[in-house]
Each structure stands twice: as structure tokens, then as C-alpha cells.
Design a binder for this molecule. Structure first.
Ligand code: ARG
Length: 460
């Protein structure tokens, strides 16, 4: 018999470069554990359904377990001539246990086999990714709890807008990552559906029990259409899409950390372990980790585009094109996982510089809106109030004064509605703490959200 399981109808050997070109073993070998896990469940089902004997199943399973050990011990030779992980393992099984190993592939095709393997693999990786995401959220929440009194400038257009609590800013990211977690949990439900039994495309003539395979492997159910089962990669696409959004959040956070750790902002200090120096400038401490994560968001978006483009226009059912699904998926998993892991530690250790933040928050007339709101409460329509305070700010610029440095007489140049109590409204703390409605930056509102998050985590 030829080495290749499918060589029967061929008269000539495969061109050597074609062999290399079409092989996926270099990257799909990482599926080995799931391939073996799926094959063991399949063999058990074949025996239960009396498609093969119990004895054959026992031999096959023992062979597969031995192969697993060999691979983990680094004692398995992956062959390009055997194309992919599925044929490498099957060929080795036959080599080990003899022709009975050839019964494993009864009622199965590589098309449903690979769909099963990817789902098993992604399911596992999703658990790990969720854990890292959880650690990052814990780190953000920890920073929010630890720095509750710290006021920083809030920005729009990167121009000073209104003062906010640093904790409020951390909790903004906490919210984003909650949504990411929700997306991952949601798609995980669609990953966890069992495709084996679709055969090559049309199902199988053998009396298989798909539910039994699903049950053994911990799936929530079985796919409902054999054509769809082997040609669906929505679950991988959904993961790449959710991963892209998550990386976008990480990239925005990265950007802020990079700005904040510059001498010009000086809001935070990343620990040395997460930075590197310059080969020429001795003073440099560069925020490489956030920079790299910001950069890596690009490849994750690229992976999503690759996969979307790959699947576009593919006729049903399986096409060899689909072998190209693996690298973008694997790369997305690796990148998202690595970025979350490193960010969780980096955020937990990040030092927060309260004083420079407060000083920056006091610049740029950040309490101008509070003065406008004040005159509105005294009866002026908001549009006119806006005008009044705009002029006040211009006066401040011309006279090089901050708003709270104006005398009452100066305030009253612009509106006689302003009284002595204005000074109770124009401090940073007053401005922040006045925004008490749910979702606002007042200390009590932020504390409520922190407590909610804490409670939800404790109940998890
Ligand atoms: N290595 C293939 C892939 O990743 C497995 C399925 C191959 N099926 C086939 N009919 N060539 O897609």
C-alpha cells in the first residue's frame, strides 16, 4: 500500500513541490490533541453502534493514546508527505496497530474531522482567553478601587474637557472588556456544536450515533445539516471579529498608556519589567508593551479580513481553500491571548501619579461647563450661559488667570447672576462630584459602579 491513504486511484506520485505546497502539517500539528480526542470518541461510538468490534476499538484507542504520548514527548515524526495532522496520526496508527487502525476512519471524512478538531481547539483556547480577560478586568477594577480620589483631565479631541476621576476612566475600559467577555461567551455557544457525522458532505451510510460523540466530548448539541457542518467557519470568523474588537479596545488603552507615560503627560509609570531602553539614548524608557499591542491589533484585523475573504464565494461544501482558515485563526488566538496576559500584569503593576494628573486637570478651564450650569440654575437659558462663559474664558486667557482665580467682580463683568457661591462650584472636586447620576464621574456614582462590578465578580 502507498504511504498516502488516498493514493488508490492515482498512477503517478505527487509532485514534490505540490506536496509541500498543499501540506498543512507545519501549522495544523497544533491540533494533535484534539484530533486524538475526537478520534477516541469516534472509535467508542463505532464500537457502541457495532460498526467495529469492542476489541478493535480498544486496540485503536490504545494506539491513539500511545501516539499522544509520543507527540508530547517529542518523539513523533511529522511528515509533509502525509499532508496534515489527520493523515499523519492515522498513518502512524496503522503503522503501530496494523490494518485494524484503518477502521478508525469508517463513517468519517477529514472534512468533518477537521471541523471537529478546530471547534474542540477553539473551545479550549476560549476558556484560557476568558481567564486572561478576567485577570485584566480585575487589574482595572483594582486600579479603580485603589485610586478613588485621583482626579485627571477628561478629554474630547484630546483637548481638556472636564475633570473626571481616574477610577472613572479605568471603569470605562472595564465596561468595554465586559462587552468583549459577553461576545466571547456568546460565540462560545456556537463553537460548542458537534459537526462529526457529516462525512465528506452528505452524511454517512453507517448507523452512527452523533449525540453519543457529542456527549463524550462535552458538546451542547450536534449540527443539523451535513453540507453546512463541513463548510461552516462562522465560529472562527466570529472569534476573529470579537478578537478584533477586543484588540481595538486594547489598542485604545495602549495609546493612552503611551501618552500618559510620556514626560509631557507624566500621569503614570509602567514598571521597568514592561519597558525597554534605547541603544543610543541613555535616558529612555520606552513603553514597548503597549506599543506592540497597539501594533498587533493590525494583524488581528488582517486575520479577520483574510478569513472573510477566504470564505467569500466558496461553493458548498468543503473546498481546499478552507485549509487556509487555520493560520489566521491560530494567529488571532495567540495574539489576543498574549496581549491580554501581558496587559493584565502590566495594568496591575502600573503606578498612578495623582499630583501631575490633578495639576493637568486644573489647566485648560476644565470647569467652564460648571460655571455655565451655575448661571443656568440662576435662570439663564443654556445657550446664553454658554456665551457668557465663553467670554469669561477669553478674559481668563487675556489676563492669564484660571477660572477659580477670578474675583467676584471679574465674574460679574459677564453676568450679574453670579454670586459668592460660585467658588463652591468651580473647584475640581466640586465639578467631579456634581455629576452624580448613574454613569457620571462623581465619586459616589463611580463607587456605586465599582461595587456593582465587585459584587458581580464575587457572584461569578
Ligand atoms: N488539511 C485539511 C484542512 O485543513 C483537512 C481537510 C482535508 N480534506 C480534503 N478533502 N482535502 O482543511
Amino acid at each position: 500500500m502507498s504511504e498516502k491513504p488516498w493514493a488508490g486511484r492515482f498512477t503517478q506520485p505527487t509532485d514534490q513541490f505540490v506536496e509541500e505546497f498543499t501540506a498543512s502539517i507545519d501549522f495544523d500539528k497544533r491540533l494533535y490533541r484534539y484530533d486524538i480526542q475526537g478520534s477516541i470518541a469516534h472509535a467508542r461510538m463505532l464500537a457502541k453502534q457495532q460498526i467495529i468490534t469492542e476489541e478493535d476499538a480498544t486496540t485503536i484507542i490504545a494506539g491513539l493514546e500511545a501516539i499522544l504520548k509520543d507527540i508530547e514527548a517529542g518523539e513523533f515524526e511529522f511528515k509533509v508527505s502525509l499532508e496534515d495532522i489527520h493523515m499523519n496520526i492515522e498513518a502512524r496508527l496503522i503503522e503501530r496497530v496494523g490494518p485494524v487502525g484503518g477502521k478508525l476512519h469508517t463513517a468519517r471524512s477529514r472534512n468533518d474531522q477537521v471541523a471537529l478538531d478546530i471547534r474542540l481547539y477553539l473551545r479550549d483556547e476560549l476558556r484560557q482567553i476568558r481567564q486572561y480577560l478576567d485577570c485584566l478586568q480585575e487589574a482595572l477594577l483594582g486600579q479603580a478601587e485603589k485610586n478613588l480620589g485621583v482626579i485627571m483631565p477628561g478629554y474630547t479631541h484630546l483637548q481638556t474637557a472636564q475633570p473626571v476621576l481616574f477610577s472613572h476612566h479605568m471603569m470605562a475600559y472595564y465596561e468595554m472588556f465586559c462587552r468583549d467577555a459577553g461576545r466571547l461567551d456568546d460565540l462560545a455557544r456556537r463553537v460548542n456544536i458537534m459537526p462529526l457525522g457529516a462525512g465528506a458532505l452528505a452524511g454517512t451510510t453507517f448507523p452512527i450515533d452523533r449525540e453519543y460523540v457529542a456527549e463524550q466530548l462535552g458538546f451542547d448539541g450536534v449540527t443539523r445539516n451535513s453540507l453546512d457542518s463541513v463548510s461552516d467557519r462562522d465560529f472562527a470568523l466570529e472569534f476573529c471579529a470579537a478578537g478584533s474588537i477586543l484588540m481595538m479596545h486594547l489598542s485604545r488603552l495602549s495609546e493612552e498608556l503611551i501618552l500618559w507615560s510620556s514626560a509631557d503627560f507624566n500621569f503614570i509609570e509602567l514598571t521597568d519589567a514592561f519597558c525597554t531602553g534605547s541603544s543610543i539614548m541613555p535616558q529612555k524608557k520606552n513603553p514597548d508593551v503597549p506599543e506592540l499591542v497597539r501594533g498587533k491589533s493590525g494583524r488581528v484585523y488582517g486575520n479577520l479580513m483574510s478569513l472573510l475573504t477566504l470564505m467569500k464565494s466558496l461553493p458548498l461544501a468543503y473546498n481546499k481553500d478552507m485549509q487556509e482558515d487555520k493560520e489566521p485563526l491560530f494567529d488571532t488566538i495567540d495574539t489576543v491571548k498574549g496581549s491580554l496576559k501581558i496587559f493584565a500584569d502590566m495594568i496591575a503593576q502600573m503606578g498612578v501619579k495623582a499630583e501631575p494628573m490633578r495639576i493637568a486637570a486644573a489647566r485648560g478651564f476644565s470647569t467652564a461647563t460648571d460655571v455655565a450650569d451655575y448661571v443656568v440654575r440662576k435662570g439663564l437659558p443654556f445657550r446664553q450661559a454658554h456665551e457668557v462663559v465663553g467670554k469669561t474664558v477669553r478674559y481668563c486667557i487675556e489676563h492669564k488667570k484660571e477660572i477659580e482665580e477670578l474675583t467676584l467682580e471679574e465674574f460679574r463683568i459677564f453676568s450679574d447672576l453670579i454670586g459668592e457661591d460660585i467658588y463652591d462650584y468651580v473647584t475640581l472636586d466640586a465639578s467631579v462630584n456634581a455629576r452624580r447620576a448613574t454613569g457620571g464621574t462623581a465619586r459616589e456614582a463611580v463607587e456605586r459602579e465599582i461595587q456593582r462590578a465587585r459584587k458581580a465578580r464575587n457572584e461569578q
